[in-house]
Design a protein around this ligand. Sequence first.
Ligand code: ZN
Length: 85
Amino acid sequence: MSKDQNQEACSHYGLSQNKVGAVSLCPSCGVLRLSIAHVSIRLEPEDFDQLTQLMVSAQAHLEYLADAHEASLAGSNVEAPRNMH
Ligand SMILES: [Zn+2]
């Protein structure tokens, strides 16, 4: 059995979706399918778990950078009037 035949045989049980994409599970083989726009990626459960951690970690880092940026902007707003005197 080739991988292509296997892919054809997969069914897709929808797990989650939003405006960006969707995630579905093949109940028979356990493979997860991540669909974003016209791109569809098949992932083993362990890899899907890794991808989830990757995205959560990136989001956390992004929020940290946004907070740091806001803090530095707030800092410069405080400093700017002082420099004018
Ligand atoms: Zn399958």
